[in-house]
Write a protein that binds this ligand. Structure first.
Ligand code: NAD
Length: 485
């Protein structure tokens, strides 16, 4: 097996297909964001590997689908226990490969992977079929496992996001081919080792490494695939949705965001300003981030003073250090993209009120926490996701204007509202057009709630029973009363 040592952990750089490690003739280079230096040469899959993986998943489906929710849950619980037992190794590798803060990875992000498997195992077991009488018949809704699913994930939080999508698929009886992003492929390779250790039947869970336009595209157009679940950018979703449509395959897309963070004068202003400065955590590479600060005019100065104070406390640095709060960006190409947004904003007359420059003094991939006051709401920096440590600042006169600004982009993934009024919380919470709106808090999640986006932020819903339904073919069984069946 070809492998590399990362953070004193041996990580396979090969695919995992049919329970075996599989090499490819070609490889791609994986860089560490810590120093922008290569850490691994990873197998670069193509048509052949997509074919092998879907064949393995198709064969394994015959067994996996018949185990029933209880039978499958036993495997998922074993995998969850193994994730918990390996948090430190997984976190260490993810930190070097993706540069999320090590303390967050250790404290909550990796163990969320274990929670994902447990939650879906329990939900699938607890599911009760809906049964009712009508028109002299008994109706029953049955979930049938849908078949092999392709799961394609982005480079931010790759372990957590891959488990979030894989867990409901496996719990519902689908088998999985996962294609992690090419900028952070390593933690998903470790997940394969844990799947093998948990004793899953070969082919139930497969990972194919490689480039999106190559093996990703090959997987999404494969006629043997029955579901496609994607997390990534709206631009890529168009390609994946097109491939899914050609085979008439259901697909979900959890896509980009440009969340508003609304601050009303009746709120706990210090909490709101602290949370606003917290949007720079993980260098702003968070789809759910509230990147558009939209603040009531009456408290503009007071808010900005607090916000700048909290932002000054940020420490850019090595994500393995406890003091660090802002990590480097994932890749030189991404840094150039983020920088491009800010430079175009500057050139078009938007005002850069803080940051707006690389921080090579800290490391090759750092960018300063940046705040932009746009010239107009139509500015590109307001209307497009940057996915970096770049926030915009706008003000509003009244609630109607606040909601209008919040809803003025094509995105609709998430929103954050700070207010001290219960009535306003209810009104604005409903009026903001987004899949998730948090009031006076952020990133708190219940795994049974629906999750997804509106507009170009997504299609379909995952989370809880919504995800289990997605990975199932729902059948209505209707039996004439008096039939003994
Ligand atoms: P991306 O769309 O560039 O890539 C995502 C995945 O798709 C990668 O694995 C990539 O290899 C693959 N891919 C690319 N082209 C493909 C093709 N033609 N066919 C099949 N697969 C292909 O996104 P990214 O840059 O990796 O991630 C950042 C984006 O993800 C941001 O927009 C962010 O907001 C979004 N995101 C959304 C959520 C959410 O839950 N809504 C969570 C995290 C990230």
């Amino acid at each position: 097996m070809r492998a590399v040592e990362v953070a004193a952990v041996e990580v396979s750089t090969e695919h995992f297909i049919g329970g075996e490690r599989v090499a490819s003739a070609e490889t791609f280079v994986d860089l560490s964001p810590l120093d922008a230096e290569p850490i691994a040469e990873v197998a670069r899959g193509g048509e052949r590997e997509a074919e092998l993986a879907v064949a393995a998943a198709t064969e394994a489906f015959q067994v996996w689908a018949t185990l029933g929710p209880e039978g499958r849950a036993a495997y998922l619980h074993r995998l969850a226990d193994l994730i918990d037992a390996n948090v430190d190794r997984l976190a260490a590798v993810e930190c070097v490969d993706m540069a999320m803060l090590l303390r967050s990875l250790r404290a909550r992000v990796i163990s969320r992977g274990a929670r994902n498997f447990r939650a879906y195992a329990n939900l699938a077991v607890a599911h009760e079929e809906r049964v009712w009488e009508s028109n002299g018949t008994r109706n029953r809704v049955i979930r049938m496992p849908s078949g092999p699913a392709v799961v394609i994930t982005p480079w931010n939080a790759p372990f957590m996001l891959s488990t979030w999508k894989t867990a409901p698929a496996l719990a519902a009886g689908s088998t999985v081919v996962l294609k992690p992003a090419e900028w952070s492929p390593l933690s998903c390779s470790l997940l394969c080792d844990l799947v093998a250790e948990a004793g899953f039947p070969p082919g139930v869970f497969n990972v194919v490494q490689g480039i999106g336009e190559e093996v990703g595209a090959a997987l999404t157009r494969h006629p043997g695939v029955r579901r496609i679940s994607f997390t990534g950018s709206p631009e890529t979703a168009v390609h994946i949705g097109t491939a899914a449509a050609r085979n008439v395959v259901p697909f979900t897309g959890e896509l980009g965001g440009k969340g508003p963070l609304l601050v009303f004068s009746d709120c706990d202003l210090e909490a709101a300003a602290r949370k606003a400065a917290g949007q720079y955590d993980d260098a702003g590479q968070v789809c759910l981030a509230g990147t558009r600060l939209i603040v009531e005019q009456a408290i503009e100065d007071e808010f900005l003073e607090l916000f700048h104070g909290f932002t000054d406390e940020h420490v850019l640095g090595d994500p393995r250090e406890d003091a660090t709060t802002v990590s480097p960006l994932i890749h030189p190409e991404h840094l150039a993209r983020v920088e491009g947004f800010v430079e175009r904003a500057r050139a078009s007359g938007d005002e850069i009120v803080r940051g707006g420059r690389r921080r090579e003094d800290v490391g090759p991939l750092f960018y300063d926490p940046t705040l932009v006051v746009p010239r107009t709401n139509d500015s590109e920096i307001v209307q497009r996701e940057v996915f970096g440590p770049v926030l915009t600042f706008q003000t509003f006169a009244d609630e109607d204007e606040a909601v209008a600004l919040a809803n003025s982009t094509r995105y609709g993934l998430s929103g954050i509202v700070y207010t001290g009024s219960d009535e306003r919380a209810a009104r604005v919470g409903r009026a903001v057009r987004a899949g998730t709106v948090w009031v006076n808090t952020f990133l708190v999640r219940d795994l049974t709630a629906p999750f997804g986006g509106i507009g170009i932020s997504g299609i379909g819903r995952e989370g809880g029973d919504y995800a289990l339904d997605f990975y199932s073919d729902l059948k209505t069984l209707q039996i004439l009363d008096g039939t003994t069946a």
